[in-house]
Structure formats: structure tokens, C-alpha cells
Design a protein around this ligand. Structure first.
Ligand code: UD1
Length: 423
């Protein structure tokens, strides 16, 4: 297994290109199952999660060809499509459950393994399955698989009230509804930019969708969808992560392709913490306003609130802020696993249930630490960039799921960082 070694204390200057969004791409790829015609995605990120989704779609009989070093995904689902999403692939990545809606809409039945537990929380699928049941699917759990069957072979439009604005459930139901008979209304739908991106692609394929980006999405089912070419939206989580690098280390970095509207709540917190974010022709420029970072309180919320996927990285910043910050995690029940690792680096953090209290220290100190999940792993790299001495981040396979070329991107702006194989 590889480790990443970071020697802290360097100011960062230059530009970092931001990739297409992992979470958008993982929802866009299963949309190929909704049409016999080719779907091409451009601006795709080069990540192991994308390879896992490729493997899953190929196991179902779809063609997925990676072009231009993985930045273009040419997909086609003509002919026979299998309906069983196997445990061996699904267990690697929860987003595999996004094939359920499209398979059910296309074939009238699907067998999808339950993704199982995940380090950051239980993450059940009841919102997905209750929604599909409202659309006339009979769903039962057998041998660890969800067996779903549309009554009469075809899903029917329905009014679905989500108890929580689940991102994955909104995507699954929206895709299923494109080919259902009649109109589907999703109330309390998720409003994330990745939902808008998926709806934009589905519309290019001929779907009739309104209201994406609001809490009520309306989908009028059509008989068939056609092919399309779609550019994946910018990865706002990768963007936010790299915005924190000059905030933590000092210097000035331009994030190419960055947009404030993708991260408004996050940018407000950066401003309150003493970080200046300015729009440029190419993206966003980030630098400290002056002096030390100030403490801020953060509560994670569904979009447009502060993203849970940036909570760990924000905590790394607040470890050296002046004063005491409170971070409240409301989306996942177990998402503070980076805290004990940051404490190993000299941070002062007290976790009680869903709240972490962080009292800033003058300087973090390098230490060997362990990545526990995707966003936790990158928060430890950010902390290492700010720390005195060397930090070794082990178990970096988590990082490969969500950050392409992290060492190249950070060393390109002057960070002292390297990946060592087999350590
Ligand atoms: C997506 C993102 C993930 C992000 C999360 C919240 C992808 C591939 N992943 O995950 O990076 O952290 O949104 O912004 O896009 N829940 C239920 N029942 C369900 C579904 C969800 O109780 O049927 C709960 C989950 O356990 C969790 C919360 O709802 O506590 C949010 O989950 P959801 O919005 O569905 O997240 P994902 O789509 O899994």
C-alpha cells in the first residue's frame, strides 16, 4: 500500500485545475442504461470510483470506453442488458446503487446488492426503495439483494414525498421516472449541483424534467431516450478542498474552473475565517486576508448549506485558527474519524456526538496518520501541509477514489509532497 509524505510549512503559489465532479459522473454514467443510443461524457475525472462504475456497467452488458486518458467516457447500452448488480462490485462503492432506477425503468426488474455499511454511517436505502414502491415497484430483500419488479412491467408516475433530501434517492427516482408512464413529482428533492447536472444530461437525451435545483422536481415520462454528449460539472468538493490549501499554508492559488455559486455557504465561512475569495476570468483566487485564521462555527446541511463532504477539510483549517470553533455534522452519524488523527498532529479537538469543538493551536506537528475515508484522508494532507515537520498519510487508496493527481496538483503550486509506493 502507498503512503503520502508531506513536509509542511511551504507557502503555495500558482494554479490548480479542477476536474469534473466525481459525484456527478457516478450518477451520469448509469443514465446510459436508459437509452439504446450512445451517451458520451466529457470532462470526466480519472478516479478509482469511476473505474468501479465502469466495471459495474460493463458487468451489466453496457459498453464503456475510456478515451483521452479517461477524460472522455463513451458509453452504449444497446442490446441485451443484465439486471443483476453483483455484491462484489456494489460493496466497493455505495453509488453503485444508482443503477437500480435505470435498470428498473428499462427492463421492468432489477436485482441490486445492498451496498452494506460504510465507514461514515449506516446509509440505508429506504428513501430509494419507498420512492420506487410509490411508482409501482414491488421490492423485497433476499440474500442481501434488493429484488425489484415493476407491476405490469412498467413503472408508473407518482407523487413522492422524501422524508429527507437524499442525493442518491433523488437521482435514482429522477432517472427511473424518465421512462415511467405518466408524471412523477419528487417533493423535498435534493438540490445539489450534481442533480442539476444529471437533469441537464437527461434533458439532452430527450427527458422531460422541470424544477431541478429546487425542492420539487417534476418528470413527465417519455417512451424512449436518445443519445447525447454531456460535459460533467466542476467538482465542487475538489474545488473546496484545494481552496483550503492556500488558506491553511499561506500564499495565493487560482483554482481553474472554480465557481462561487457551487460553494456559496462554504465561501461565506471562508470569508468569516479571514480568507479572501475572488472571481477571476479562469476561476477563483484564494489567499488569506491578513494574519491568523479566525474561528468559525459550521453546521453541515444539504445543498445550498455547508457540504458534509468539506467538513473534514474545514476542520483541518480550524485546527490552527484563533479561538474555538464548533463543527456540527448533521448528515452522517460517524463522520469525525479524522479528529483522532488530527489530535495526533497536536490539534485540540473534543468530539461529543455530532459536534466537534476545535480550539486552535499555534502550529500542528507532523506525525504518521491513517486515512479512514475519502474526505478524511485529504484533510490529513491539508493538515500536513500546514504542520511543522513530516506527516505520513497511510492507506491512501481512499484518496484515489476521489482526488486525481493530488501529488501533481499540490506540488505544482509549491507543496513538498510525494507518494511512496509500498509504504
Ligand atoms: C451523496 C454523495 C456523498 C455526500 C452525500 C451527502 C454521491 C456519490 N455521494 O451520497 O459524497 O456525502 O450525498 O451530500 O453523490 N439516507 C437514508 N435513507 C436513504 C438514503 C439516505 O436514511 O435511502 C440517509 C443517509 O444515511 C445519510 C443521509 O440520508 O445520513 C444523506 O444521504 P444521501 O443524500 O442519500 O447521500 P448519498 O447519495 O449516499
Amino acid at each position: 500500500m502507498d503512503s503520502i509524505f508531506v513536509r509542511g510549512g511551504k507557502q503555495l503559489h500558482g494554479q490548480i485545475p479542477i476536474a469534473g465532479a466525481k459525484n456527478a459522473c457516478l450518477a451520469l454514467m448509469p443514465a446510459t442504461l436508459l437509452s439504446d443510443e450512445p451517451l458520451t461524457l466529457t470532462g470526466a475525472p480519472r478516479l478509482s470510483d469511476i473505474r468501479t462504475m465502469t466495471e459495474l456497467l460493463q458487468s451489466l452488458g453496457a459498453e464503456v470506453t475510456s478515451l483521452q486518458e479517461g477524460q472522455v467516457l463513451a458509453m452504449s447500452s444497446h442490446g441485451r442488458i443484465e439486471t443483476r448488480a453483483d455484491y462484489d462490485i456494489v460493496r466497493k462503492m455505495r453509488a453503485s446503487n444508482l443503477v437500480l432506477g435505470p435498470l428498473l425503468a428499462r427492463e421492468g426488474h432489477a436485482e441490486v446488492s445492498l451496498p452494506g455499511g460504510c465507514a461514515i454511517g449506516a446509509r440505508p436505502m429506504d428513501i430509494h426503495t419507498d420512492g420506487l414502491a410509490r411508482m409501482g415497484a414491488e421490492i423485497e430483500l433476499k440474500d442481501g439483494y434488493l429484488h425489484a419488479k415493476a407491476q405490469g412491467g412498467k413503472l408508473k408516475g407518482a407523487v413522492i414525498d422524501f422524508p429527507f433530501a437524499s442525493v442518491g434517492a433523488t437521482e435514482n427516482i429522477m432517472m427511473a421516472a424518465t421512462l415511467a408512464k405518466g408524471t412523477t413529482v419528487i417533493n423535498n428533492a435534493a438540490r445539489e449541483p450534481e442533480i442539476v447536472d444529471l437533469a441537464t444530461c437527461l434533458r439532452a437525451m430527450g427527458a422531460q424534467i422541470d424544477g431541478d435545483g429546487t425542492s420539487t422536481i417534476k418528470v413527465q415520462g417519455v417512451d424512449r431516450l436518445k443519445g447525447a454528449t454531456h460535459r460533467v460539472v466542476t467538482d465542487r468538493i475538489e474545488l473546496g478542498t484545494y481552496m483550503l490549501a492556500p488558506a491553511i499554508c499561506g500564499g495565493e492559488v487560482e483554482l481553474l474552473g472554480g465557481r462561487i455559486d457551487l460553494l456559496a455557504a462554504f465561501c461565506e465561512k471562508l470569508d468569516a475565517a479571514g480568507i479572501a475569495v475572488t472571481e477571476t476570468d479562469m476561476g477563483l483566487k484564494v489567499a488569506r486576508k491578513n494574519g491568523r485564521i479566525r474561528a468559525v462555527d459550521v453546521t453541515t446541511e444539504p445543498f445550498p448549506g455547508f457540504p458534509t463532504d468539506l467538513q473534514a477539510q474545514m476542520m483541518a483549517l480550524l485546527c490552527t485558527a484563533e479561538g474555538t470553533s464548533r463543527l456540527e455534522e448533521t448528515i452522517f452519524e460517524n463522520r469525525f474519524m479524522h479528529a483522532p488523527e488530527l489530535i495526533r498532529m497536536g490539534a485540540d479537538i473534543d468530539v461529543h456526538g455530532g459536534t466537534a469543538t476545535v480550539t486552535g493551536v499555534e502550529r500542528l506537528k507532523g506525525a504518521p496518520v491513517m486515512a479512514t475515508d475519502l474526505r478524511a484522508s485529504v484533510s490529513l494532507i491539508l493538515a500536513g501541509l500546514a504542520a511543522e515537520g513530516e506527516t505520513r498519510v497511510a492507506r491512501v487508496y481512499h484518496l484515489d477514489r476521489g482526488y486525481e493527481h493530488v501529488v501533481t496538483k499540490l506540488s505544482g503550486v509549491g507543496a513538498d509532497i510525494e507518494r511512496i509506493k509500498g509504504q
